[in-house]
Design a protein around this ligand. Structure first.
Ligand code: 3PG
Length: 307
């Protein structure tokens, strides 16, 4: 019987775990669940005899891969796979996949929800502002970006998009006005939603030169990765632009300084929770389980990211 490890330091909703185990039961696979673990060694031990793994933001390091002799596939139930050591996996001929699009509505709803919360002064009773009529810049127009645009258009925001990897026609179809550069996007939009992956090109790419272009009453919304924002630039922007606010699903490393100096101008979720809905857990978790079965039974490599 093939053994699949579902390792989620941040657990899926129970209904999603039931769905995932249903897929494995139907196909005669054994599922082992490792939830809420705190020590990376627990993952290393649990991975030892697994042929497949499902993870979320769990760190699949070279140590985990080295310890997992039988491992043939890792599926990241979600979009970003910057938590997986792709070089080590590829060296061992282990397929790595993600489940694109499955949790993107949840992430987009969080981005818009946090925007409303900040526009209304964190519901502190004072007079805030509305999103209607404001300009939103979608920085990267993949699954999350397009969902952010869809909801923002429903709120009658004016939505602009920049993404060198997405066809102009697809962005226009999603209701966005295309711009030619990140500089242009930041220059015209009071709200910017970051939806870029974390990689060599994007880490620290959101710097002061971009941020300072934002018009008055600028709000930066980050549901991507904290690493894409250059934190020295962030602190400079907070200091030089009293109108600037930062909302993020992942607290920056400089959280203590921000909270001490700039109360009311930031909001950070206590734990990354963009994809923390039952629906997103069900969608991404069950998609991951089916991808594993498809890989073993039919050599289906759709969504493999290390080809
Ligand atoms: C993703 O990359 O899919 C999102 O950031 C969600 O990550 P999570 O599964 O760790 O919540």
């Amino acid at each position: 019987m093939r053994k699949v490890l579902v390792a989620t330091e941040k657990p899926f909703a129970k209904v999603a775990v039931d769905g995932i185990s249903g897929v494995f039961n139907e196909n005669g696979y054994e599922m082992v669940l490792l939830e809420n673990y705190k020590d990376p060694n627990d993952l290393i031990k649990a991975a030892a005899d697994a042929e497949a793994m499902i993870v979320r933001s769990d760190l699949v390091t070279k140590e985990v891969i080295a310890a997992a002799d039988k491992l043939r596939i890792v599926v990241r139930a979600g979009a970003g796979y910057d938590n997986i050591d792709l070089v080590s996996a590829t060296d061992r001929n282990i397929a790595v996949m993600n489940t694109p699009g499955q949790n993107s509505n949840a992430v987009a709803e969080l981005a818009i929800g946090m925007m409303v919360y900040m526009a209304r002064n964190q519901f502190n009773g004072t007079s805030g502002t509305e999103l209607r009529g404001k300009r939103l810049g979608v920085h990267a127009c993949g699954n999350v970006g397009r969902n952010v645009a869809r909801i923002a258009l429903g709120l009658e925001m004016e939505v602009y998009g920049f993404d060198p990897f997405v066809e102009r026609s697809a962005m226009e179809y999603a209701g966005m006005k295309c711009v030619a550069s990140a500089e242009e996007l930041f220059g015209i939009c009071q709200y910017i939603s970051l939806n870029i992956p974390a990689n060599e090109q994007t880490i620290k790419s959101i710097d002061f030169k971009l941020l300072e272009r934002m018009p008055r009453n600028a709000t930066l919304v980050n549901t991507a990765r904290k690493e894409v924002v250059d934190e020295d630039s962030l602190m400079k922007m907070f200091a030089e632009r009293p109108d600037f606010k930062y909302i993020s699903d992942i607290a920056p490393d400089c959280i203590d300084e921000i909270s001490e100096k700039y109360p009311g101008r930031y909001f950070f979720t206590p734990k990354k929770m963009g994809a923390q809905t039952s629906e997103a857990n069900i969608n991404a978790g069950i998609a991951a389980a089916r991808q594993i079965v498809g890989f073993f039974e039919n050599d289906d490599r759709t969504y493999q990211v290390n080809i």
